[in-house]
Design a protein around this ligand. Sequence first.
Ligand SMILES: C[S@@+](CC[C@H](N)C(=O)[O-])C[C@H]1O[C@@H](n2cnc3c(N)ncnc32)[C@H](O)[C@@H]1O
Length: 247
Amino acid sequence: MSEQIKNLFSSISPTYDGLNHLLSLNTDRRWRKRTIGQISFSKERPVAALDLCAGTLDLSLEFLRQYPAGKVWAVDFSHDMLKHGLTKVRAHSPNEGPLRGSAPLQKRIHAICADGLQMPFPTEFFDVVFCGFGFRNFDDQTAALKEIHRVLKPDGQLLILEFFRPTNSLTRIFHNTYGNFILPLIGGLISGRKEAYRYLHRSIADFYSLEECKKLFEHAGFTIANAKNFSMGVCSLIVGKKPPLGV
Ligand SMILES: C[S@@+](CC[C@H](N)C(=O)[O-])C[C@H]1O[C@@H](n2cnc3c(N)ncnc32)[C@H](O)[C@@H]1O
């Protein structure tokens, strides 16, 4: 299954960013900005972040924008997705514009092609882990949370931005209409991979709801610090915390 997912994302990687912005009418940029805005560490601190299922690095870049002293390790098992992301990193001149930081951009981001279920990091390495629209692609969410818990420091934060299975009937109607017709039509036309966009919709319908996912967090040893809907529940963010030592 994971091999199929990897091939699917590699196949849509050339048009992934453009379609994301088009299909969300650019709202995805705001969702990412608000997600990173929920990190509670001081912006002056050299926060070590993991962007899990980093894809084309949009969340990583947003993190570096908001945390000028921060560093990010971006993990994805699709080499092609990361390659497209790194082109965007190179397009930014070091220490210029809104991505100005304490070190050149290329030194603040490490792209690593690896499976998120078995990451090449020591235990308790990261202050914060975020994952944008990738969590539902894991074969096993409980195993993913266990691995995230391992690499996160005590008192660290976990942020999952995701399209959860809608439970409210209005949001369900919106998701079904959009996912069954608009997503495969426009996604298929532009990427040439209609089936990939059908899968993306099915993966939402088969996924956990926000409430179910909060319970998974708690079972994995996280406390829920916050959970919020964006754009009237089109997608949602769960913020979890790994308890500090001794708790
Ligand atoms: C929908 S994209 C999200 C990309 C990016 N985070 C964003 O916000 O646009 C999901 C990404 O998760 C990656 N992915 C899925 N399962 C994975 C796994 N087990 N390990 C590493 N990456 C995975 C895919 O290759 C894909 O790039």
